[in-house]
Ligand binder design. Structure first.
Ligand code: NZQ
Ligand code: ZN
Length: 385
C-alpha cells in the first residue's frame, strides 16, 4: 500500500426527511445563498423542504446553474454575494450545482486578476466560502469531495481544493425518485467508473481498498438496473444503496494509498466540452477502450476484477479478461448508455480535434504510469469508434 493521509471533513446526514437538518448545520447568523439548477427542486418538493429548514436564517437564492456548469453563469452569483454579504453557500441539486457552488465559493474570495485562473492555470485556492449541500442526484461524489469541474467556451476543466469540500451534506434517497431514467443511468455509471479509475491500475496489495471497491462495483451492478425497472423503481432501499455507493465511490476512501488512473474522465471531459455529451455517457464510451488498450499494464487487476466482481473463474487469463470487458460493456448497455463513439454519431474524423484539445489542456501524460500520451489517447479513441 502507498503512504497516505486521509481526511474527509463532510458530515453526512443520510436518510428520509433529513433535509430538516440543514437549519442546524448552518450558523444561525450566516447570510446564506441557496444555489440551485434549472428548477427540478421546485417540482419535487426539495425547495420547499429547504425553505422550511431555513425559516430562522437570512437567505437569498441564485438559480440557473446548468448541467456542466458554465463559468459565465457562476460568475453572475458574485454580484449577489457582494450585495448581501453572503458568507455561506447551500448547494441544492446534482453534481453540477455542487461543483458550481464550489467555484462560486472560491471565486468569491479570490484576490487575483481573473478567477478563471483557478481552472486554467490551476492557481491554488487560498480561501473559499463554506459550503453545505443537499444532494438530489447520486453520481459524482461532489457532495463530499473537494473537486469541481467548470466549462468555459468548450473547455471543461477541473480544479480541486480541500477548502471547497462541503462541510455537511444531506443525502435523502427519496428525493432521487423524481430523476429521469437517463439521470439514474448516468449516476450509476459515473459512480461505477469512479470506482474503476481508483481500482483498475496495478496491485499495491491494498486489500481493504480493493475489497471496498469491489463491493461498491457489485452493489452498483446489482442495484443499478433495479432502479430502472418499473416493478422496483420506487424502492427506496435500492435508491439508498445507489446513493451511498456513489458518495463512497469518490470521497477519498477507496482512493487512499492506491495508484489511480483518471484517463477515462480526462478524455471524457473533451467529449463533453466539444460535443455536449452527458458526463457519464462519455465515460461508458471511453472506459471499455481504456481497458482494451491498457490490457497488458492492467492485466493482474483485470483478472482480479473478472474473478471477484463478475465471478469469472473458468478459462485462460486472456479469456477471463475478454469476458470481464464484455460484461462491463453489457452492464453499460443494460443501463441504457452508449459504449461506442458511433452510438453518439461520432467517428474517426472527430478524433484529431479531440487530441488537440487534450494537448491544449495539458492532458498529455495520463494514467497510473503517466504513459497515456496523445498517441495512446488517439488509440483509445480509435478503439472506442
Ligand atoms: O438543473 P435541475 O433542474 O436541478 O435538473 C438537473 C439536471 O438537469 C436534474 N436533476 C438533478 N436532481 C434531480 C433532477 N431532476 C429530477 N429530480 C432530481 N432529484 O438532472 C440533470 C443533471 O444534473 P447534473 O447535476 O448535471 O448531474 P450530475 O450529478 O451527473 O453532475 C454532472 C457534473 O458533475 C461533474 C461532471 O463533469 C458534470 O459537470 N463531475 C463532478 C465530479 C466531482 N465534483 O467530484 C466528479 C465527476 O466525475 C464529474 O466530473
Ligand atoms: Zn465522473
Amino acid at each position: 500500500m502507498l503512504n497516505f493521509s486521509f481526511h474527509n471533513p463532510t458530515k453526512i446526514h443520510f436518510g428520509e426527511d433529513q433535509i430538516s437538518m440543514v437549519g442546524d448545520e448552518i450558523p444561525s447568523d450566516a447570510n446564506v445563498l441557496v444555489v440551485y439548477g434549472g428548477g427540478s427542486i421546485k417540482r419535487n418538493g426539495v425547495y420547499d423542504q429547504v425553505v422550511a429548514a431555513l425559516t430562522d436564517h437570512t437567505w437569498f437564492e441564485f438559480s440557473g446553474i446548468e448541467p456542466n456548469p458554465r463559468y459565465e453563469t457562476l460568475m453572475k452569483a458574485q454580484e449577489l454575494i457582494k450585495q448581501h454579504n453572503i458568507d455561506y453557500l447551500l448547494a441544492v441539486g446534482g453534481g453540477s450545482v455542487v461543483d458550481g457552488a464550489k467555484f462560486i465559493a472560491a471565486a468569491a474570495l479570490y484576490e487575483g486578476d481573473d478567477a478563471w485562473n483557478i481552472l486554467a492555470k490551476q492557481e491554488p485556492v487560498e480561501k473559499a466560502l463554506p459550503i453545505g449541500a443537499v444532494l438530489t442526484l447520486p453520481a459524482t461524489g461532489s457532495e463530499s469531495n473537494g473537486n469541481s469541474v467548470v466549462t468555459r467556451e468548450g473547455n471543461k476543466l477541473p480544479f480541486s481544493s480541500p477548502l471547497v469540500c462541503p462541510q455537511f451534506a444531506v443525502l435523502d434517497p427519496k428525493v432521487t425518485l423524481s430523476l429521469s431514467d437517463r439521470q439514474i443511468s448516468n449516476g450509476v455509471v459515473d459512480a461505477f467508473v469512479h470506482v474503476m479509475e481508483q481500482y483498475l491500475t496495478y496491485s499495491v496489495n491494498a486489500k481493504v481498498q480493493d475489497r471496498f471497491a469491489e463491493g461498491l462495483l457489485q452493489t452498483l451492478i446489482e442495484e443499478g438496473p433495479k432502479a430502472l425497472k418499473a416493478e422496483t423503481k420506487e424502492d427506496l432501499s435500492i435508491r439508498a444503496n445507489i446513493m451511498w455507493s456513489a458518495t463512497m465511490a469518490l470521497n477519498g476512501l477507496i482512493g487512499a494509498g492506491v495508484p489511480q488512473d483518471w484517463s477515462t474522465h480526462m478524455i471524457g471531459h473533451e467529449l463533453t466540452g466539444s460535443f455536449n455529451i452527458d458526463h457519464a455517457r462519455t465515460l461508458s464510451i471511453v472506459l471499455p477502450a481504456v481497458m482494451k488498450v491498457k490490457r497488458e499494464d492492467k492485466r493482474d487487476k483485470l483478472i482480479q476484477y473478472a474473478d471477484r466482481v463478475w465471478g469469472i473463474t473458468e478459462g485462460s487469463d486472456e479469456q477471463k479478461i475478454a469476458k470481464a470487458i464484455a460484461l462491463t460493456e453489457d452492464f453499460f448497455k443494460n443501463m441504457g448508455v452508449p459504449t461506442r463513439l458511433s452510438d453518439v454519431n461520432l467517428n474517426q474524423q472527430h478524433i484529431p480535434d479531440l487530441i488537440e484539445k487534450l494537448e491544449q489542456h495539458g492532458m498529455v501524460a495520463l494514467g497510473e504510469h503517466s504513459d497515456i500520451d496523445l498517441n495512446v489517447s488517439k488509440k483509445i479513441l480509435e478503439t472506442a469508434c
